[in-house]
Design a protein around this ligand. Sequence first.
Ligand code: ADP
Ligand code: MG
Length: 256
Amino acid sequence: MSAHPLAIRGLEQEFRSAGGTVRALDRIDLTIEPGEFVTLAGPSGCGKSTLLRAIAGLTRPTAGTIHVGDQLITRPGADRGVVFQKPALYPWLDVRRNVEIGLKLRGVPKAERREIAERQLEVVGLSDAAGRRPYELSGGMRQRAQIARVLAGEPDIILMDEPFGALDALTRERLQAELLALWRRTGTTIVFITHGVDEAVYLGSRVLVMSPRPGRIVFDESARFLRGGEPVPTDEVRSLPEFTDLATRVREAIAA
Ligand code: ADP
Ligand code: MG
C-alpha cells in the first residue's frame, strides 16, 4: 500500500489546436489518501481521461501540480499503473509474456518475473490461458491480462480509464466483484473512471463527479456502506437504500 497521498493542486489543462484553445480542466484541487478507491464519473468529454493521463504523467498540465508524497509527477513511473479501456497487449506475445514485459524492461531476472507473472495470472483467473495470444482471448480475458500486467509491477496507485466499458454486462459484473476483492485484499489506491453511475457507487469508497468541460470536481462523497462498523457484503450493497440514495444524487450531479 502506498504510504503517500496523491495531491493535485490548481490543475489546469488546455489544448491548443488550429481551431483555437480547448480548456479541458479548470483548477482541480484534490487529495487522494492511500488505500482509497476513488471513482470518477461525469459526462462524456468533461475531462476525466485528461485528469487520469495527467496523474499518470502522460501529459504536462498547463498549470498546477500533482504530487505523490513529495515527488512531483512529470512523467510515467512504476509507482502508477494504468489500465485503459482498450487493453494494450502485444499481439505477438502470449499472455504470460505480456504480463512479464514490464518486469523484463526493468531487468527483473527471468525466473523471478515468471513467478510474479504466474502469481498475478492466478489472481485474475487466467492461469490456464498463459500460453495463448491476445487474439485467442475474449474481451474480458484481455482486460484481465492487462490488469495482471499492471499488478505485476506492484504500483502504489492503479489508474483505470473505463476499463470495463467495452465488456458485456455479465463479464463486467464479474470483473467488478473481482476488482473489489483485490482492493480489499491489497489496499492499493485506485482511481477508476466510469460513466456508469451504478459502477461508480458500487466500486468506490469515494465518488467524485466532474462538471461538463472545463472539468471541475462538483461532487465528492464517501461511498462506504457500513453495518455495525463492518462493510456490507458486496452482493448486498446494491439493494441498500443508501446505495440508491447516493446513486440518485450522483446522477443529479452529472445532469446538473
Ligand atoms: P472524457 O474522458 O471525460 O470523455 P477527455 O478528457 O477525453 O474527456 O476530453 C476532454 C476534452 O479535451 C474534450 O473536449 C476533448 O476533445 C479534449 N481533448 C482531450 N485530449 C485532447 C488533445 N490531446 N488535444 C486536443 N483536445 C483534447
Ligand atoms: Mg475518457
